[in-house]
Design a binder for this molecule. Structure first.
Ligand SMILES: [Mn+2]
Length: 286
């Protein structure tokens, strides 16, 4: 494994090479959903997230858990200036007119004890209902509450999480090589996840359980994170949005001012210099 400084250095160089291609215009969104940032973990792409935060303004910034990885910090302490900068950038938004909603996840579950609480325009909630400009009402929750619905085999699940850590370590090494050869970020973990049968079944069960939770509450859809699998789709008429993560896919769900929802992937291997790319869009009249 690379040392902490080496990793930070590489990430900074990569961000700098992208920034040198010219300033990006600031994009205005109605809402931005982010989760699974995992500050305090060496896999967090804090530099890429800072780039993203500098490029997007939103009326509402919705943080859906695992923002600070307290589990990882307890195992081994890892923190860089970029991690502090991300926290500062998120808190700064709550002071400059952005309504910030923070729904804690399982890796930052200690903050659940605070729910509900408000500090100016920073609101900490156990869950939340967001209404889009198109009138859709979406349940916002981290998603670890659906673990029970998908874990038919605990042994396989814990093996899966061990393998996932190995894939992330390989991912770091691979992207170090790609940077040396002038190539953009590419997600090995994402590639593997999309091709392993058991993972596909796991994701399907998770999505079904999540969509069902929204349906039970009489809502139009759900925005969640937790499984690090960015996706924007429908399950039997219920909208399922997963904003992915910032340890692997570097993705966000973005609501445009007209109410359409998009999944953005910030680091794009084929177009490393591009402004984030809408993968797919979906809008439905209320
Ligand atoms: Mn989680």
């Amino acid at each position: 494994m690379p040392g902490g400084n080496a990793h930070t250095h590489e990430t900074s160089d990569y961000a700098a090479s992208r920034m040198s291609l010219g300033p990006r215009p600031t994009f205005h969104a109605r809402a931005v959903f982010l989760s699974d940032i995992h500050l305090g973990s060496r896999d967090c792409h804090a530099d890429l997230l800072l780039e993203f935060l500098r490029s997007v303004r939103a009326d509402e910034l919705i943080l859906i858990g695992d923002i600070v990885d307290i589990w990882s910090l307890q195992r081994s302490f890892y923190w860089t200036q970029a991690h502090t900068d991300v926290l500062r950038a998120l808190l700064a938004r709550s002071r400059d007119g952005t309504r910030v909603i923070y729904v804690p996840g399982n890796h930052d579950a200690s903050f659940r004890d605070l729910c509900p609480a408000s500090f100016g325009e920073l609101h900490i909630r156990r869950d939340y209902v967001h209404q889009t400009a198109a009138g859709l009402r979406l349940l916002v929750t981290h998603g670890d509450e659906f673990d029970a619905a998908v874990q038919c085999n605990r042994w396989l699940a814990s093996l899966g999480s061990g393998l996932y850590d190995v894939a992330l370590a390989l991912n770091r090494a691979l992207n170090g090589l790609r940077r040396m050869r002038g190539r953009g970020y590419w997600s090995l973990a994402g590639f593997l996840k999309s091709r392993i049968g058991n993972a596909v079944e796991y994701v399907r069960r998770f999505e079904t359980a999540a969509a069902e939770a929204a349906r039970t509450r009489g809502l139009d859809g759900i925005v969640c994170g937790h499984i690090h699998r960015p996706r924007l789709t429908q399950h039997d008429g219920i909208l399922y949005c997963n904003d992915g993560d910032w340890v692997d896919s570097c993705s966000a769900i973005v609501e445009q001012t007209d109410g359409s929802l998009e999944l953005w992937q910030w680091a794009d291997a084929s177009q490393p210099a591009s402004i984030s790319r809408p993968l797919s869009g979906l809008a439905r009249a209320a």
